[in-house]
Write a protein that binds this ligand. Structure first.
Ligand SMILES: Cc1ncc(COP(=O)(O)O)c(C=O)c1O
Length: 541
């Protein structure tokens, strides 16, 4: 089992790394640079420690309590582990910093050795493990980094363990927080109640979704521009992206916006569409990265993008909050047509679009039906992140090079790898698409956009360049510097969790994503804390 390893000194995490079967490899050593605990990366890159580390098989109650004394000359360093399949990528740390060798990392005097009881407890858990004869999937082995959002959670947990009284506000993961409104909840409840009656009971349903829901998605959300048979109802957009990847397979080439929602890159790697990661660039070989920064208005310069089979494109975008204009999407569709590519258009945040001129669907663009697939979800529409309901539109016109309709192969994959969305969730989905449900969704979106406006104003008022947050629930702030360091500084000094832009790809370096999905009171409090934190920095300066 792989584990994240935290290197401690004086009850503070001074290094992070990975460990496997008792051998640790520290990838970054930090030196505590000020009383507030903000840290500077002194050394990055793989830095093996040539001695065994005894790992506990379960997470310790307190992640930052020194657990095991490891003597490494002087000083004595302590390791603790948090059970995890994740790696922390070297790219999480500023690669441009000067490398400082181990001898140059100056740490104050050694803490006392851990108790004999702790050592004995650890020793009992180190029974040797037998490997099977099964080779690890080489594509999974390429994925150095753990999935971003659990990593943010781990850092939050580690901070809380060392600051148990901290009241942390999360503007991090884009999970919804407001209750599902009454009409939609009634739809879910009625769906569940029906299962308890002989006439209302249903078992397995169609893998593609109920005809009524497919029909209603096509008519209410697409105004009839797509047919019910082209709509595949699912358990959410994330799973659909993975299933789409298995339709295209390992020989397909792909392009992603940089930064982007991590699932496009990770599923491309898992499917075998990429080479190894280039640690210097923080990018996978054979994957086309389309830089999206403030300088290009968060829309890629397509004249510099190589042809790929697939183009993953998300609008309104996670994390940048940019909603592509009609002209930009028209350019994208023309680019895909010219190259014979397929656009996988992720419209999960479409309901946040309030600007009349911004398209909510790629199928608003003429010609898109021949080159695009759309994935979408009720997660952010109606707070269905836990309920799980999404859909994919695969137009009949979309064909592979040999003329096979893509829809046929997607249908085949859905029929084999999926057994239909929950009948309760689908009942809720029907309620979402009633007039009352649509009005309720509008109310939820108003609420989150109100949060977004508060966060935008706060960060802009502090002098930052601020993007997004208008037709999207994400505020994208240009902070400059290392985004993981800014993330840590804000966590430590304001107890606010954000997401570092670099977590979404190297193009996100120097930016921070704030999510507007928190409750209003938390957004107001976070704004006050950020204002205080940055105002005091101005005074210091
Ligand atoms: C761009 C994007 N697409 C898809 C998803 C996942 O949606 P679902 O909950 O339907 O799996 C997310 C979730 O945050 C997202 O940001």
């Amino acid at each position: 089992m792989y584990s994240s390893v935290y290197l401690h000194f004086d009850n503070k995490i001074v290094g992070v790394g990975n460990a496997c079967n008792g051998v640790a490899c520290v990838i970054a050593i930090r030196a505590i640079s000020d009383a507030a605990g903000s840290s500077t990366v002194l050394s990055t890159g793989q830095w093996p420690i040539p001695f065994p580390v005894i790992l506990l098989s379960t997470p310790p109650a307190s992640a930052v309590t020194p657990l095991l004394p490891i003597t490494c000359g002087a000083p004595v360093l302590y390791f603790s582990t948090m059970a995890s399949s994740a790696f922390i990528p070297a790219s999480s740390f500023t690669p441009s910093r000067a490398r400082v060798g181990r001898a140059a990392v100056s740490l104050p005097a050694a803490p006392r050795a851990a108790s004999a009881a702790a050592s004995a407890a650890a020793a009992t858990t180190t029974t040797p493990r037998m490997a099977t004869g099964v080779s690890r999937n080489a594509n999974l082995a390429k994925l150095q980094a753990g999935y971003l959002f659990p990593e943010i959670g781990r850092r939050r947990t580690a901070y809380l363990a060392s600051h148990p009284d901290a009241s942390i506000i999360s503007l991090g993961i884009g999970d919804t927080t407001q209750p599902i409104p009454p009409h939609i909840t009634a739809g879910l409840t009625a769906g569940a109640a029906a299962l308890g009656t002989p006439e209302g009971y249903s078992g397995y349903g169609a893998e593609q979704g109920t005809p009524a829901l497919r029909e209603k998605i096509a008519s209410v959300l697409y105004g009839g521009s797509v047919k019910a048979e082209e709509v595949f109802v699912s358990d959410g957009a994330k799973c659909d992206i993975a299933r789409l990847q298995s339709v295209f397979g390992p020989t397909a080439t792909a392009a992603v916006q940089d930064p982007s929602y991590p699932v496009y890159v990770d599923t491309a790697v898992m499917t075998g569409q990429t080479g190894e990661v280039d640690a210097g660039r923080g990018q996978f070989d054979r994957l086309e990265y389309m830089p999206c920064t403030a300088e290009n208005g968060f829309f890629p310069d397509l004249s510099r993008v190589a042809r790929t089979d697939l183009i993953f494109f998300c609008s309104p975008n996670n994390p940048t909050g940019a909603a592509a204009t009609r002209e930009q999407l028209t350019e994208l569709v023309a680019f895909a047509k010219k190259n014979g590519s397929i656009i996988v258009f992720d419209a999960a945040y479409a309901p946040f679009i309030r600007s009349a001129e911004v398209p909510k669907s790629i199928f608003d663009i003429p010609g898109a039906r021949e080159v695009a697939i759309e994935v979408n979800s009720m997660s952010k529409y109606a707070g269905f992140t836990g309920v799980r309901l999404g859909w994919v539109v695969v137009p009949n016109e979309l064909q592979f090079a040999d003329g096979t309709p893509v829809r046929n192969d997607f249908n085949r994959v859905m029929s084999t790898c999926f057994n239909g969305a929950s009948n309760i969730a689908q009942a809720g989905g029907l309620a979402c698409l009633d007039a009352e449900g649509q009005a309720e969704i509008g109310g939820l979106i108003d609420y989150y956009l109100g949060n977004a406006a508060i966060l935008r104003d706060t960060m802009a008022g502090l002098g930052f360049e601020v993007y997004g947050g208008v037709d999207a629930p994400y505020i994208y702030v240009k902070t400059g510097g290392s985004s993981w360091e800014t993330f840590s500084a804000i966590l430590e000094q304001a107890q606010v969790v954000t997401i570092p832009g670099a977590g979404f790809g190297p193009g996100g370096e120097g930016y921070l994503r704030l999510s507007a999905f928190a409750p209003r009171a938390a957004v107001v409090e976070a704004s006050a804390r950020l204002t205080k934190m940055y105002a005091s920095k101005k005074v210091e300066a």
